[in-house]
Structures are given as structure tokens and as C-alpha cells.
Design a protein around this ligand. Sequence first.
Ligand code: ZN
Ligand code: ZN
Ligand code: FE
Length: 759
Amino acid sequence: MDDSRINRTTARRIRVRGQVQGVGFRPFVWQLAQRMGVKGAVWNDAEGVQIFAVGVQLDAFETALQSQAPSLARIDAVETTVEKLGKLPFDFVITSSQGKGNQTGVTPDAATCDACLAEVRDPAQRRYGYAFASCTQCGPRFSILQGMPFDREMTSMARFAMCAACRSEYEAPQDRRFHAQPIACPDCGPRLWFEVDGTEISGDAIQLSAQRLKEGAILAIKGLGGFHLACDARNAAAIATLRLRKRRLTKAFALMGTLPVIRRHTDISPKEETLLTDPGAVIVLLDKSREPLPENLAPGLATLGWILPYTPLHHLLLDAVECPLVMTSGNSSGEPQAIGNPEAREKLRDIADAYLMHDRDIVQRLDDSVEGLTQHGRMVLRRGRGRVPATLPLPPGFEDAPQVVAYGGQIKSAFCLLKSGKALLSHHLGDLDDPQAWDRFQKDVTSYSRLFDHHPSVVACDLHPDLRTSQLAAAQAGDMPLVEVQHHHAHLAACLAENRWPLDAGPVAGIILDGLGLGADGTIWGGEVLVGDYLGFRRAAALAAAPLAGGDAAQREPWRNAVMRLDQAGLADLADTLFSDWPRDLLRQVATSGINAPLSSSAGRLFDAMAACLGLATDRQSYEGEAAMRLQALAQRAPDAFGTPYPFAYREGVLDPIPMFQSWAYDHSNGVPAEVGAARFHAGLAQAFAGAARTEVEAGRAKAVALSGGCFQNATLLDMVLRYLRDIPVLIHTRIPANDGGLALGQAVIAAAGTIRGG
Ligand code: ZN
Ligand code: ZN
Ligand code: FE
């Protein structure tokens, strides 16, 4: 550099905020500086990355910092201050981290990058065939993390001492593995083996596994965030055996396959391919559109969940088996998946025929994430590995939000921590009715709080006092304010927060179509139009209530809801015909007595009622949402899914499905196919709620419409509601789940808003 061109404006201190540690950001800056003749230094600190830069093209340097950043980096802000230049630095250096940081967050686990995969497949490379190759662009992160900062000593890689070759890569700034904490090779890193009945079988673990899979065996495979159970996805008998042993009767299994294999079974759009190949490596729901696979993979559904291999172990295994594999979580139905080797041997003993094991410990138990694509963007069905622990920025107005912990719901549990203007929503933690899941939930609250140095001053939970999470919140709150949030208000606020709706932006009309939640009036809600914001709400409209006859049994058994709704519509005779095999009169007595028959406006139960009328999951749902998912799959088969909607009556804020059931009964008696009924039901529900929300917007009482609640994981319903609201601003979920997996975010921002406004 020509020293005469250096003056005081050519030295800058550049602060980079966001997900910039553990993603190869410093080597990237170093290489950029070499290319652009910039001198100075780069280092990590508690707030992210700092750069001291001296040079003549610093504007271009700053632009390139953002435009050319490594694929796993996510830059929230670049802030620059001009510095007085003392002595001109000779070169550009990477200096050691300053301060122990926890503001910068931890990177989610990332799928194997192309460069690592090429090494693993190249016989000339020292990592040829190695199942644990990774670099700064890929590999395990959160799943192996024990504490902050993200250094090797704080991960489960700590016990593997680096060999000389790995050490020199780790220390070379120009290397792809510079400061890659999970760096490993066959000489120094984790080891893979094949095991039967607790005994290691000698031979190539990948080849042995592939052979057993091809023979129809069920394998337990230790992955990134937990154990999977795997079998050949073309083998209906193996799938049936897996269902029997896992006690999972009908809930869909996810599949792992390479892109060519996936293309054989489904047509994928370019956008779906982009989502599949995202470093987060999520399960993507794709239509069953090409060569069919056994129906018992996902009975009655129109989609299959596919995931690409995302570790070298998976790539090597799929190369060897050359077929799609079932990859379902390694557990007995309802329990958390196993992560430890002894735990897996114990829990999966009666399920797995053999084990593909390794000796790198899984620290964070993370289920695979499940997502889909609609024409309106991404739809998150389950948020897990690859997506956490990423943070969401809070909306304008929440800059001074206190630290809040919110505990969420019960069946699709997740908690949320607010700190420094950001929300950290935990991964999916399962159904807390299971004692092991509950135990894990409490431990994860503690471990997240420790990792993120979180010290709440406000606690939030659901209004329902019987939820385990509500009881935990009450016990934890102590002297802190405890904010109990109405369930569907929390759904509304979650949607607002995700869309960064400002604190002072005014009310919206939230269409909340959901399962069950305790309402502000003591009845059970779940089909609502709530007008409000973070600070409060009013119930502008709701589905006409029906008894949940038998309480919890009404959640599991769709026929109960069908009988109640048909009776209300004056169609008791039809109910007697359709459900002649079920104890209708006993049910009616329960409903009349009012004991164990609370009234509910739940849209989820209305879906169940319609599904049972059409003969879907009539007797019992074997998993939550089964009836509704099958009803949606049926509706998609209708020749004109947007055909004439069934009518709902609307009177004084009550949306009544009586005319809907009467119209369906007329169709039914005239032999109209079931898929047409399913489609007209979806369209009718969408039209009724969209109409009620539109009224609020057109009267100036709401500025936009927000869609939330578990029913909005139904892409057909979402699509229809959006069509009816085409000319109105609508907020939808694209990054967090619309169901209770996103609930805690809503609780947290409501609690924060109340504190900010002094409520
Ligand atoms: Zn890599
Ligand atoms: Zn090594
Ligand atoms: Fe809910």
C-alpha cells in the first residue's frame, strides 16, 4: 500500500453483529483483507466480530463483508466508527477472542457442505470414507454444545485430542477448518461401529448396516441430534414391523433419500429443492406425485416428509444402500428420542435389530425439523435441529423489553426467552404428558438459560392453571410478576411478533383456528376472531360452541364431535345412521348432564366432526391432528377444491356451522363424493372466518388480519383464507410454527409489552 494515501479517515473499527462465530467468519475476513490490500486485525468478542481495518477501499471492504459472507453466517448489523490511526499495521492478522461472550448466539447444526462431501468420497484424501468430516461451513454445533463460548473444550469433541495434521488445519487462517471446533479425522476423531446385542461386529460398519437394511432389518442409527430408527422405505413388511415395535400405528414416517431418489417419488419444484438443500437440513413435506412407495409410510395422507442425508455418516450409508430409508426418531411412541449409547441399547432393545453407533456424545437432544412450502412461503410444522438456537429480532417498540421466560403450552411444547431485543424460541420438546418429556423440558429450560446467560424478571405462561408449564411458571416466579396469557391471544401475538408488527401499530383481527385453549370466559375456545394487539384483545367472533362430551375422550374420538354437531343441526337421525356402532345415547346423556362435557368453540374439533362424518379416523385418532390431516388430504382430491363453500350462519359474533352440516347432509344423501364434501367444508370455514375478520378491517377496527393456531398448518385452509382476504394485509407464520410450538413467543411478547407499558 502507498503509505501517502493513508489518512485518518482510512482507519475504521467495524463491528459485525449476528451469527458470526463458529461459521468461518474470521478466516473469511482475513482472506478478504488479503485480496483488497486491507491491513489491521479481526477478533471475536462478546458482541460478535470486531475488525480494525486500514486501507484505501474500505467502503468496498465493508460491502463485501456482507455480500460475500460465509453461507452459515447471518449478519444482523455492521456498525462503523472512524478511528485515529497511530502506527500503520504491517499486515492483517487474526487475534485471539476477547471477553467471554454470550450475546452472539450459537449456530444451528448444519448439513455437510460440498467440500467436505467431496473429501469423504475421494480415495486420495485422508478423510475418505470418514463419517465425521466437517468444517467451518458445516457440521455439528448446538447438538454438541455443553456451554459457552463455542470452543472445543465446551463441546463433546473435547475428549478427542487433535492430531498434528488436524491441528495445523485448525491453526491456518487460510484453511477451511481454521478454528472449526468439531474438526476431526480418522486418526484422532470419533469412531463408527456396528453392534448387535451389545457386541461390536468386526467389519465395515457402513457396509454391514447397509446389508442388514437391504435384508429388511430395523436399525438404530446414532445421528446428530439423537438416534433414528431406520428401515428400507420400499419394504412394506419392514415398515409394518417397525410400526408394531415402536407402537406407532399410523403417524407418518419421515424418509431420507438422495435428490435423485426423491425425484423418483415426487416432483420437486426449484423452491422445494432450495429448501431441501438448505444447511438446516429439514424434513420437507412433498406431494406423493410420482412412483408410489408403500401406503403404510403415511396412511391416508397426500404428502411424505423427505430429508436429504445431512452428515457424512448418512451420505455413506445412502451410497451403500441405494434406496430411500425410513428415518424416524429413535423412541417408543410418545417418549423423547434416545441420545446416549447405553440409553439407546436399553430403550430400543425391542425395536432395533442392530445398531450403527459412534462415540461422539450428543449433548442437546434435537428432533429433525419439519417444514413445508406453500405458495405463500415456508410453513414450519416442527422446529428443531438446524433451526435452533437461532434468534428472532423483536418488533420495533420492544427495544427496552425486560428479560422474560415464557413456558408455552403442553402437547407441542417449547419455551421462549427474551433478552437484548431478541427472542430465543426453544426447539420442539414434545408432549409434556410424558414424564420423560417433562423432565427434559425442565432441564432444557435450565441449559438454555445458562447458555444464554438469561436472568428473567418476568415469567409468562398459559391461562390454564392445570398445564404442567403453568404450574412450573407459578413455582419459578417467586417475587417476579407472573403473566397468565389467554391461549389464543398468545397465538395472535406470536404471529404479530414473528412479522415484526410494531408495539404501537394498532390492533389487528386475528383469525385463530386451533385445538383447545382456556378462554377468558371460562369456556374452552379454539375458533376465534380476536381483535387486539400485544396489550389486549376482544373476542369479535367465535365458532358456535358444542359440548366436548367425555372431556379428553372428545379430543381423541372424532365420532363424539360429529354426533354433537349433527344433533345441533337437527340431524340426529343421520347421526344414528352414520354412527350406529357407537354408544350415541350414552354420549347424549353425558352432554345433557353437562358433567365432563364443557362447551367449546374449537375449530380443531369441528374438523374432527366433519372427518368422522366422512368416515375418517371415526373411532379414534392415533395421533393429534390425524382426522384433520386426512380431511385435508381428501379435500385435495376434489376436482374443484374451491367449489361452492358450505354456508355458515353469522349472528351477533357467532359463526354457526348448522347450515354447513345441513348442506353436507343434503350432498351426502345425493351421493356427492366425500372429497367434494371435504373441500366444501374447508372453503366454508375459510369464507366464514375471513368474512368476520374482513368486517373488522373494513369498519376500521383492525389494520390487518393475522392467521394463527394449529389449523393453519393445513395448507389448503391457509390458501383458501388468503384467497378470501386477497385485498387486505394479512400476517402469516413462515418461520415459527402456527401451532403451540410458537405459543411461548406470543406469551413472552405479551408479558414484555405489559411491562414496557407499565401494565
Ligand atoms: Zn464442510
Ligand atoms: Zn486428526
Ligand atoms: Fe393452541
